[in-house]
Design a binder for this molecule. Structure first.
Ligand code: ATP
Ligand code: MG
Length: 138
């Protein structure tokens, strides 16, 4: 069993596809074990994406991530990290495979609808960034 953090980003919430994203995860056999809506401050977005702080797109990315409400969720299942990223598709929707969330809904490499942790260590950091133990079902 593995856990990962996923986010429906502000563009996904604006497009009204929160249920669509969660439904795709659930249909693949993954389970939502924690869920909430939040509006990230610029500082919270910067802390979350701190690994990218030296990248040229950091300012724009953190502005985008704090531009409206997001839906935060912890997802559980066998191979959850890779499964979620496979369902999401490539970062740039131009390179995303058919049938992935980003191919179907994303507008650009930045406004790409959804986030998923990329490794067990980042998943642990990211779940802990947004949820405490009381908020996660067993
Ligand atoms: P995420 O971490 O959001 O799940 P990812 O792992 O596919 O996406 P990362 O390389 O971690 O991609 O980049 C984090 C986010 O930063 C991307 O999802 C995207 O929103 C934004 N981003 C990445 N590369 C660029 C770029 N070249 N220009 C603008 N924004 C970018
Ligand atoms: Mg990433």
């Amino acid at each position: 069993m593995e856990r990962t953090l996923s986010i429906v980003k502000p563009d996904g919430v604006r497009k009204n596809i929160v249920g669509e994203v969660i439904g795709r995860f659930e249909k693949s056999g993954l389970k939502v074990v924690a869920l909430k809506m939040a509006s990230l401050t610029r500082k919270e977005a910067e802390g979350f994406y701190a690994v990218h702080c030296k990248r040229p797109f950091f300012g724009s990315l953190t502005e985008f991530m704090s531009s409206g409400p997001v839906v935060l969720m912890a997802i559980e299942g066998a191979g959850a990290i890779k499964k979620v990223r496979d369902i999401m598709g490539a970062t740039d929707p131009k390179n995303a495979a058919p049938g992935t969330i980003r191919k179907d809904f994303a507008d650009s490499i930045e406004s790409n609808v959804v986030h998923g942790s990329d490794a067990p260590e980042t998943a642990a950091f990211e779940i802990g960034y947004f949820f405490n133990a009381l908020e996660i079902r067993c």
